[in-house]
Design a protein around this ligand. Structure first.
Ligand code: TYM
Length: 333
């Protein structure tokens, strides 16, 4: 069975629609016929300063949401990144392999550091993609289901894996990004040329899946649309309507062409109403299930601890192999 690994940051109170359609929906599908490892990357979240109680809460909310969205802990390994010190250990090895220039070219680092200014940019933000490469390579993953914004980080992972293998002998599987064309980039409802993101200046264009129905209905109904009144997919001239068509289609399973036919001659208002219905019907049960899971914290922690144990078996074997390849003297076990 091919192996998959992916991770998500617990940096918000809820995942947004882009996280789900770009990544988590694929995680759920892939667990059926892959040996799947999924983690809440709480160490990556430390690059954003967060109040400790909030980080703890968000980490558990993230895990509960993943299960509520369809991850089945009996079919996949769900764990918390910081439970395994192997991530940091391999991270260091890869930092010694990555070039400074190579890391400086990561566009997410460039964007984020530009936004906060050099003085407020932490070193962890710079090495962030290298820790991500360690997350992936520790599990010898073949595929990494992510949204388009992560493609460059997966390319870096491949480069580092190939470099290690050619210097020290075959050690790592070289992973491939698994990116669904149709939902690779879900855009902000208020600025449909920018990706939906938890770090957007305004939350008005971001659909948080745990938000109450009325909040999301309001956001969808006030989504920015385009000139004209035809409901047709045209990313260049109608980015707003195209984004809403993508969202409807991904959640309802109705093709974009069928939706265009269904709404031919009807206005944007009717279409937005239909998108709101689809989104709210889809996520209402997820919200309820998440609350149920959070109500029994001990049971949730047990799932995560079981996951960490399964993850450790794979991660520690890879780390041993890596250290041996490097010539590090093995410790007595
Ligand atoms: P994060 O937590 O920012 O986002 C989680 C996933 O959601 C996807 N995504 C989107 N997809 C489509 N449209 C959008 N608007 C949108 N916004 C976010 C992201 O592409 C991602 O797949 N660096 C990663 C976390 C990470 C990771 C890993 C991923 C750490 N280690 C190992 C894969 C493998 C990140 O910041 O994701």
């Amino acid at each position: 069975m091919k192996r998959v690994l992916s991770g998500i940051q617990p940096t918000a109170d809820s995942f947004h629609l882009g996280n789900y359609l770009g990544a988590v929906k694929q995680w759920v599908d892939l667990q059926k016929d892959h040996d799947a490892f999924y983690c809440v990357v709480d160490l990556h979240a430390l690059t954003v300063e967060t109040e400790p109680a909030l980080l703890r809460r968000r980490t558990l909310v993230a895990a509960a949401q993943l299960i509520a969205l369809g991850l089945d802990p009996s079919k996949c390994t769900l764990f918390i990144q910081s439970h395994l010190s192997e991530h940091n250990q391999l991270g260091w090895v890869l930092e010694c392999l990555a070039g400074f220039g190579e890391a400086s070219r990561m566009t997410q680092f460039k964007d984020k550091s530009q936004k906060s200014g050099a003085d407020r940019t932490v070193v962890g933000l710079f090495t962030y993609p290298i820790l991500q490469a360690a997350d992936i390579m520790l599990y010898q993953a073949h595929r990494v289901p992510v949204g388009e914004d992560q493609r460059q980080h997966i390319e870096l992972t491949r480069d580092l894996g190939q470099r290690f293998n050619s210097r020290y002998g075959e050690t790592f599987v070289i992973p491939e990004a698994h990116i669904m064309k149709s939902a690779a980039k879900i855009n902000d409802l208020q600025d449909p040329t920018a990706k939906m993101s938890k770090s957007s200046a305004s939350n008005a264009g971001v659909i948080d899946i745990l938000d109450a129905t009325d909040i999301n209905v309001k956001k969808i109904k006030s989504a920015v649309t385009d000139a004209g009144k035809e409901v047709v997919f045209d990313e260049k001239n109608k980015p707003g309507i195209s984004n809403l068509l993508t969202i409807h289609s991904a959640l309802s399973g109705i093709s974009i062409t069928e939706l265009e036919n269904e709404f031919a001659g009807k206005g944007y208002g009717d279409f937005k109403g239909a998108v709101a219905d689809v989104v709210t019907a889809y996520f209402a049960p997820v919200r309820e299930k998440t609350q149920q899971l959070l109500a029994d914290e001990a049971a949730l922690l047990k799932i995560l601890n079981d996951g960490s144990q399964k993850a450790r078996a794979v991660a520690s074997a890879t780390l041993d192999k890596t250290y041996a390849a490097l010539g590090l003297v093995p410790r007595n076990k």
